[in-house]
Design a protein around this ligand. Structure first.
Ligand code: 6PG
Length: 233
């Protein structure tokens, strides 16, 4: 993974994230006939999913969707990442010829984690992640037992942001991703960005080798040196 750090003005963030995702989908589908794309929860990516929904040329029949984490809530509720993401990405319903694997947060967490692990491909081609103000990513929170998990790829955790019971990918799934984009917006994330890019103990540091797309607020604590495209150099 390239590990690019790009700082972009808030008004250009959605276009830049959309362009990165479309470019990576093309790249993966140039190399193989299927793409395993893992989506991030939270609010930051929602406008990006809405913009992807306007793209008529995405080869969804050659893409399988997964989620990096899920809250243990009923499936059709706004607190569910899958519910929120799918409603933005496919406002008219999921295309018939594609597969979306949601984590079953409504079921027994251990059983749901095992079932999801069973359908997870050996490697995610494109992974999207967000980070929280405390430096969490997916539902791997600071001090989480998930940080030390080396065997399981999906596990139940108790997060520190409600809803507390969650399912999450573990570090090895993040490390194994072929293409990884971390999307961060807002000054409230500036400390988390600085910690993650400088301190391996922060969960979001698991994504340090991926590409980071930040708006100027989130990048407030990063070095000033950037090239014409806003790439931190
Ligand atoms: C979740 C997300 C979580 C999210 C961060 C950032 O279930 O909450 O998976 O990891 O990406 O908390 O959330 P925002 O984008 O809403 O700030």
């Amino acid at each position: 993974m390239s590990g690019m750090r790009k700082v972009i003005e808030p008004e250009a963030f959605v276009d830049a994230a959309t362009e990165w995702i479309l470019r990576k989908i093309d790249s993966v589908l140039d190399q193989s006939n299927h793409c395993h794309l893992m989506l991030a929860g939270g609010s930051t990516p929602l406008p990006v999913y809405e913009q992807l929904a306007t793209q008529n040329d995405i080869l969804w029949h050659r893409i399988t969707l997964y989620f990096g984490d899920e809250r243990c809530v009923p499936p059709m509720t706004p607190e569910s990442n899958a519910f929120t993401v799918i409603s933005r990405l496919f406002p008219n319903g999921i295309p018939k010829d594609m597969t979306v694997h949601r984590m079953c947060g409504e079921k027994d967490p251990d059983e749901a984690a095992q079932a999801y692990e069973a359908i997870l491909p050996a490697r995610i081609d494109i992974m999207l992640l967000g980070i929280g103000e405390d430096g969490h990513t997916a539902s791997i929170f600071p001090g989480s037992v998930a940080l030390d998990e080396e065997k399981r790829r999906i596990m139940p955790v108790i997060g520190s942001k409600p809803p507390l019971q969650r399912l999450t990918i573990t570090p090895r799934v993040i490390r194994d991703a072929q293409h990884l984009l971390v999307m961060v917006q807002g000054e409230d994330k500036a400390d988390a960005v600085r910690w993650a890019l400088n301190d391996r103990s922060v969960p979001a540091a698991l994504a340090v080798d991926g590409d980071w797309l930040m708006d100027s607020g989130a990048a407030r604590s990063l070095p000033e040196k950037r090239d014409k495209q806003g790439v931190v150099v």
